[in-house]
Write a protein that binds this ligand. Structure first.
Ligand code: ADP
Length: 438
């Protein structure tokens, strides 16, 4: 403070000393005139500094701060420090904001801030995607004007600010992306604001619906043979003196149904083992020609001499893979060829190379498959002709198993078929799995 007054008064003090000297040397008038001129000069100098300050304040940047002496130098350097600090704080805040924006953009959930009137104050890119919002135009718009589905509007209005934390999330399909399923939740914060959190649960819903279908299918598949077996058991109980022939026939039919259930459970267990990601593929070098010779023999006994089976091995390449899984895939494809080919038909098993890739194929002259069914054949329990599949002991899981085995070997399952003419199922393996015999 003292320093300030000292600096402000310094020109006047110097002037007064000079005026006293002038008074002593000349006269009081000269001294007064000198003082007057000095005061005017001091005032002019300060007015000029004020003007510079006023100009600078219009666009206050540290690099354009005016230069001055004395007390004005102090004032300007204080201002310089203030502006510099202010700019630094601004930069820090902007960087912080950018971090927050980057973090919210990386969130796997959509986030929007709604005010007490349900107007959107801010939203992250995922929320824009979920609700088809445009961050530039839709900010401060009422979200119920933009997302008009009644269940959404009702959810927003029915969730009073203080209670919305307790609410169950709303599951809905956005109007413009009806292939997407969203789970929506409102979280109150900051008095009367709410966070609108949206999560894309399409995949979860799909898996859940597949699981439900699967359980329903398995139960249905098991119920039919079980009903048959319990029917026979009841009959046998009601008629203890049933003649030997009828009893034998009933037991035969029961054994057939038990076999059907056994096949189903075996296929289910195989599928579950193949789907278990914790069981990696145990690889070995498999002699495919030897394996196919065995598979072909199994096929002969399955066909019971009704079909002409032929094995054509145009390649002697071995394959890096799992022998049991490969056998299961080949047997499934051959068994299908036999089961869907009427007696007298021909079946050709081939092992060859196509563009360097090892290929196994089964060609039959059977009933064939209409084009619209082909993309769905590997779905569990998908059958073109349900009764034919059942009659021949099919579980509806064979091709699902083949697809999994193919995937575990990075192979591709190709299907060519024409209704009434026959089908060719091929497994095309990657070149790197081919092992040339020593
Ligand atoms: P399934 O146990 O019913 O045979 P799959 O999964 O092995 O089940 O096959 C699915 C469906 O694909 C079969 O029900 C059948 O309709 C059709 N299919 C499979 N292979 C052939 C084939 N070689 N010829 C004609 N249809 C076939």
């Amino acid at each position: 403070m003292q320093d300030f007054w000292f600096k402000v008064s310094l020109p006047v003090i110097y002037g007064a000393i000079v005026a006293v000297v002038l008074w002593a040397l000349f006269s009081a008038v000269v001294a007064l005139l000198f003082m007057l001129a000095l005061l005017l000069a001091v005032m002019a100098y300060r007015a000029r500094q004020l003007y510079k300050l006023e100009r600078w304040l219009l666009d206050a940047r540290p690099e354009t701060i005016p230069e001055a002496d004395g007390i004005w130098d102090d004032v300007f350097s204080q201002l310089y420090k203030m502006v510099k600090q202010h700019n630094q704080t601004k930069q820090d805040l902007a960087a912080e904001l950018q971090h927050i924006e980057q973090a919210t953009a990386a969130l796997p959930e959509g986030v929007a801030i709604l005010n007490e009137l349900n107007r959107i104050e801010w939203c992250n890119p995922l929320a824009q995607q979920h609700f088809d919002l445009d961050a530039e135009h839709d900010i401060m718009q009422d979200i119920t004007y933009l997302v008009r589905q009644p269940e959404f509007v009702e959810y927003l209005h029915e969730s009073p600010v203080e209670e919305s934390r307790l609410n169950e999330p709303l599951v809905m399909r956005p109007a413009r992306h009806d292939d997407m399923v969203l789970s929506i939740k409102l979280i109150p914060y900051g008095g009367d604001k709410r966070l609108l959190i949206s999560r894309d649960i399409t995949q979860l819903e799909r898996i859940e619906s597949m699981r439900r279908d699967f359980v329903a299918n398995v139960s249905h598949e098991l119920r039919t043979p079980l009903t048959v077996v319990s029917g026979f058991i009841e009959n046998l109980q009601d008629m203890p003196d049933l003649n030997q022939d009828s009893a034998h026939r009933a037991l035969q039919l029961m054994a057939e149904q038990a076999r059907r259930m056994d096949n189903l459970v075996t296929d289910l267990l195989t599928l579950s083992r193949l789907e278990n990601e914790q069981s990696p593929l145990r690889e070995e070098t498999v002699d495919i020609v030897a394996l196919l010779t065995e598979v072909c023999q199994d096929g002969e006994s399955l066909s019971g001499g009704q079909h002409t089976l032929r094995l054509e091995a145009a390649s002697d390449a071995n394959l890096l893979g799992n022998s049991d899984e490969l056998r299961s895939a080949f047997v499934n494809l051959l068994s299908n060829a036999i089961r869907y080919t009427p007696g007298g038909g021909a079946i050709l098993l081939r092992w060859f190379e196509r563009g360097g890739q090892p290929v196994f194929s089964v060609q039959d002259s059977g009933i064939g498959i209409a084009a619209q069914h082909i993309p769905r054949l590997t779905e569990r329990f998908y059958r073109v002709d349900r009764s034919r599949s059942r009659e021949t002991g099919g579980t509806g899981l064979g091709l699902a198993i083949v697809k999994h085995i193919a995937m575990r070997h990075q192979a591709k399952l190709e299907v060519f078929s024409e209704e009434g003419k026959g089908s060719t199922f091929s497994l095309v393996f990657p070149i790197r799995r081919q092992v040339r015999p020593a």
